[in-house]
Design a protein around this ligand. Structure first.
Ligand code: URA
Length: 185
């Protein structure tokens, strides 16, 4: 077993795939190490790569608002991505990059031991729930995998591109809040 800090150091120095060649900073993830709920995005974008922190750009600001709407703050949650280094031009990570990098996410999940995992967007859902996952059909549904309750919703960047997704995301957020509140009792 590693500690989160040991793992962070491994990610900072990671050269397991070619994404390492173009990164400014690897983005390990951050938040409450004892969080009961973990949010997983796709990979760092331009701002995240510069700052070494997840979800700090426009999508991140929207994510903060989404969380605020269900009374969650960054200090309540842990947030990370499928890949820890930025794919150039914000392309989706290749399957081989995700497969290599997801080992770090597995360790993060083991250490933090959340009960709820929220996949933000199709890339996270395909890597965590099912490789054929269709976000438009299967978002908002809870999947129980071992001791984890997992749900996918649209990525906030998708919401920025298409406002019509808002209603679905709001339903998903209410469902997440319900399940999270039941854990607190
Ligand atoms: N999009 C993601 O999927 N992750 C981030 O950290 C930022 C934008």
């Amino acid at each position: 077993m590693y500690t989160l800090e040991e793992l962070r150091l491994m990610v900072r120095n990671c050269r397991r795939c070619s994404l390492a060649e173009n990164r400014t900073k690897a983005v390990f993830g951050e938040g409450n190490p004892n969080a009961k709920i973990m949010f997983v995005g796709e990979g760092p974008g331009f701002n995240e790569d510069k700052m070494g922190r997840p979800f700090v750009g426009r999508a991140g600001q929207l994510l903060d608002k989404m969380m605020e709407s269900i009374e969650l703050k960054r200090q309540d949650i842990y947030i990370t991505n499928i890949v820890k280094c930025r794919p150039s031009n914000n392309r989706n990570p290749h399957e081989s990059e995700s497969k290599t990098c997801i080992e770090y996410l597995r360790w993060q999940v083991k250490i933090i031991d959340p009960t709820i995992i929220v996949c933000l967007g199709a890339v996270a859902a395909k890597n965590i729930i099912d490789k054929n996952f269709k976000i438009t059909h299967r978002r908002g549904i809870w999947y129980d995998k071992g001791k984890f309750s997992i749900i996918a919703t649209y990525h906030p960047a998708a919401l920025l591109r298409d406002e019509s997704k808002k209603k679905g995301v709001w339903e998903d957020l209410k469902s997440i809040k319900n399940r999270y509140n039941r854990l607190q009792k």
